[in-house]
Design a protein around this ligand. Structure first.
Ligand SMILES: NC(=O)c1ccc[n+]([C@@H]2O[C@H](COP(=O)([O-])OP(=O)(O)OC[C@H]3O[C@@H](n4cnc5c(N)ncnc54)[C@H](OP(=O)(O)O)[C@@H]3O)[C@@H](O)[C@H]2O)c1
Length: 325
């Protein structure tokens, strides 16, 4: 790709590409397919990759990074690699263990950002169905979260992590923990697409100087079955999105990505198909949405959360809404 991807600047001063590639195969694509997509995306010009230990593919992605460095396709310092500690590794000392495994798998000395994936230590087996519940699950506790965050801060002190991040947070939870953080999060990763804009949380993060990474930016059409509910909105069929797609003569998925970047967030769309991931990168470089289109997409909000997280519920919880105070 000839044109370089634009960058945002984090509160820590570090530059971050305005778009990245997701690496969660949604229980549909295996690690070989995801790794092949990462290899193609690197060559095309992607410089930000959103990884996580629970995606089960960091070892294969690490091989791809290593090959790219050896072949001189990209230098380590040109990449922005993120990863996340999974819910079963929140305990004292476990964050560093999890990070050590991630760094070994990714074949890196440090990650550019490390996230607490979910603010609960509630484990569920990969690929479990939506009704499965773990009897050991517990509600959110700021004290418990801070015990994990202290470990994250240690990892940053050790130079293993350049920026810290939180994911799947709410304003209530942020209010409870931010004043207690010695190192504040530079990034918050949250679900965000036209039908679920989280305007209040977005504004809160922006006011605090925290950059937003938007997951499921296209509305995750191939998300696992456990995350599908009757009544879910299809973002690419929203009239406001379709109208802009028609005006620009592009796929509605690309409208979602332009909107996310022009809003000031960093979308991390996933695709194993070169045609799609290439057009996703190109979309945020050329032919922006007009001010009127941006205003119109504001009205596409339908409060449609797709990743409800019901598998993390604890005994006695009423429903998935309890996760999101
Ligand atoms: N922090 C968290 O808790 C969390 C939760 C969920 C996801 N994530 C991250 O966010 C990333 C993205 O989320 P996601 O994969 O669920 O949702 P998404 O990026 O909104 O949707 C991905 C789907 O969109 C399709 N797509 C991509 N580009 C397209 C294009 N140009 N035209 C048409 N269709 C296109 C892909 O289909 P094809 O495969 O057919 O191209 C793919 O199935 C994940 O990979 C993961 O890294 C984080």
């Amino acid at each position: 790709m000839e044109t370089a991807v634009p960058y945002f600047t984090l509160g820590t001063g570090q530059k971050i590409p305005c778009i990245g590639m997701g690496t969660f195969g949604s229980d549909k694509y295996g690690s070989e397919e995801v790794a092949a997509a990462v290899a193609g995306a690197l060559r095309f010009g992607y410089r930000l990759f959103d990884c996580a230990s629970v995606y089960g593919n960091e070892d294969r992605i690490g091989q791809i990074f290593n090959e790219a460095f050896t072949e001189g396709i990209v230098k380590r310092e040109e990449l922005f690699v993120t990863s996340k500690v999974w819910n079963n590794m929140h305990g004292r000392g476990d964050v560093l263990l999890s990070l050590a495994k991630t760094l070994k798998d990714l074949q890196l000395d440090y990650v550019d950002a490390y996230f607490v994936h979910w603010p609960y230590p509630n484990y569920h087996a990969p690929g479990c169905d939506g009704d499965s519940r773990n009897p050991d699950s517990v509600p959110f506790s700021a004290d418990r979260f801070m015990a994990t965050w202290t470990q994250m801060e240690r990892a940053a002190d050790m130079g293993l992590v350049k920026n810290l991040g939180m994911s799947n947070m709410t304003i209530t939870k942020l209010e409870a923990v931010l004043p207690r953080c010695r190192i504040k999060p530079a990034l918050i990763e949250m679900e965000q697409h036209p039908s679920f804009q989280q305007q209040e949380l977005f504004d809160y993060c922006t006011a605090k100087g925290i950059t937003v990474i938007a997951y499921c930016p296209i509305g995750s059409p191939n998300r696992p079955e456990r995350d599908k509910t009757p009544g879910d909105v299809i973002d690419t069929e929203l009239p406001e999105v379709s109208a802009a797609a028609k005006a620009h003569n592009i796929h509605p998925a690309l409208v979602c990505l332009k909107w996310a970047v022009q809003r000031g967030s960093i979308p991390i769309p996933f695709s194993v198909h070169a045609r799609n991931y290439e057009s996703n990168l190109r979309a945020v470089i050329e032919d922006p949405l007009t001010g009127a289109e941006m205003e119109s997409i504001k009205k596409a909000e339908r409060n449609c959360r797709l990743v409800k997280g019901q598998v993390f519920l604890w005994p006695g919880a009423k429903g998935w809404e309890d996760l999101w105070d």
